[in-house]
Design a protein around this ligand. Structure first.
Ligand SMILES: [Zn+2]
Length: 96
């Protein structure tokens, strides 16, 4: 892997936007748990990474994009992972 790579992890949904839910599982909660796991694992591997949200908060699509762009700038070395756990046929109102 390119040693200069930086990873921005976007936990889908949050706050007033729970995403998909069923069987007691709420998408926004698992999206954040997975994002935290990935962030910790990347750091263990010595890869620069950061989270777009660390708490259960509401973000507009513009806020989300601004946080992504402000994390490490807009560069070919930046990867963005946007976590979603959609129910079959569900649609996201966020970045897609
Ligand atoms: Zn989603």
């Amino acid at each position: 892997m390119n040693n200069n790579v930086k990873i921005v992890i976007d936990a889908g949904h949050g706050g007033s936007d729970p995403g998909a839910s069923g069987n007691g599982i709420v998408e926004k909660e698992y999206a954040l748990k997975i994002a935290e796991y990935l962030n910790n694992r990347f750091k263990e591997l010595g890869v620069n990474s950061t989270l777009i949200r660390q708490v259960d908060e509401t973000l507009t699509p513009n806020e989300r994009v601004n946080r992504i762009l402000s994390a490490y700038g807009n560069s070919p070395d930046v990867l963005v992972i946007s976590n979603h756990l959609n129910a079959g046929g569900a649609e996201c109102s966020c970045l897609g």
